[in-house]
Design a protein around this ligand. Sequence first.
Ligand SMILES: [Zn+2]
Length: 429
Amino acid sequence: MTTHAYRAALLRFADDGTPLYDADGLLVVGSNAQGQAVVQAAGDHAALIGQYLDLPVQDWRGHLIAPGFIDLHLHYPQLDVIGSPADGLLPWLEHYTFPHESRFAEPAYAAEVARFFFDELQRHGVTTALAFSTSHPASVNAAFDEARARGLRFITGKVLQDRHSPDGVRDQTEQSLIDTEDLIRRWHGVDRLGYAITPRFAPTSSDAQMRGAGELAARYPDVWIQSHVAENRDEVRWVAELYPQARSYLGVYDSFGLLRERAVYAHCIHLDETDRALMAATGTAAAVSPTSNLFLGSGFFDFGAAQDAGMRHGLASDVGGGTSFSPFHTMLAAYFVGREGHTKAGLSLTPSRLWWLHTAGAAQALGLGQVVGGLRVGQEADFVRLNPQATPLLARKTAQANSLDELLFSLIVLGDDRAVAQTVIAGKS
Ligand SMILES: [Zn+2]
């Protein structure tokens, strides 16, 4: 690609998570040796422009360039399950989610939903996602086809669920593992795509299926693993009944070799200190899903304990349990969850920390901290152009911001898809 330069306020993140901000910034995007669109230079406009005098500069002053958002956990087939009323997680799965997911055996149906899903991500400024498909290989192929056509860095996998699941979504143990390996070979590492071994959660996989998933995880160490753990108390009790010998719910995954770098578990609410230490020691990450946890009344993720344990974590929408694709809504909900001080110690996550958890911190949780998320030189050029004047109140509030945190918090509290003026994927929008 040819080199492009953009002038606007510019937010980046250093390797250690420190926010870097230029009120009048310049972002230069060019190609690396592999022909990928990457950040060539980024920083203060006045300091850099001397080196790029013959380059036409896109003038976006008044707007903010920031890293594209990274959603660590959601279910693309649950697009139409958003906002379904139910009495907690298990009834919600039974009445809405499983019947809906059974339709994804049909490739044309899966393709239509995938198109809508990726349009929605783009509208909300999400440039990378780790998503569940359904138990049907057709659902995985549909998502990868669509993500590839859009040049996205995207990770998904076929759901494994061979028990405690109704007809239509339940798979067959042996075939499910053959399908998983076929899909890994077909898709993992193609362009920017990655495969994730995807047991739905411990209660819906037999020991044989879990063992097979662990064997595949060992055979393909750069493939991701994704599942759910310790979301709600009924679920935790059910797992304790199914696995009376396990030390904890997380311990079940450990016993099958499913905790390691590039393993990401949604929720991680009802963990203890031993669990958190195990996650930190194995490099396993938590996908914190606050709108979903508030919607389903599941509980409150303990950000302070996770930080103290050195456990990787980042933010996720968990659509359709989650109520919005918007990273702004997710960051605000994460703030609410952090503040909650009755079930754990309450803390105020800073606006730049919330933002990091949904960009560079999420990339780190995926093991992609050097690749995307911070707009550092050499990183892939996935970014958003945000309009701080998108609504009257947002314009009024951001005009009064005296610091980066004040600006970011106004966007977190008042922002939504209207603030996303443009989403640039691999240098293209
Ligand atoms: Zn989920």
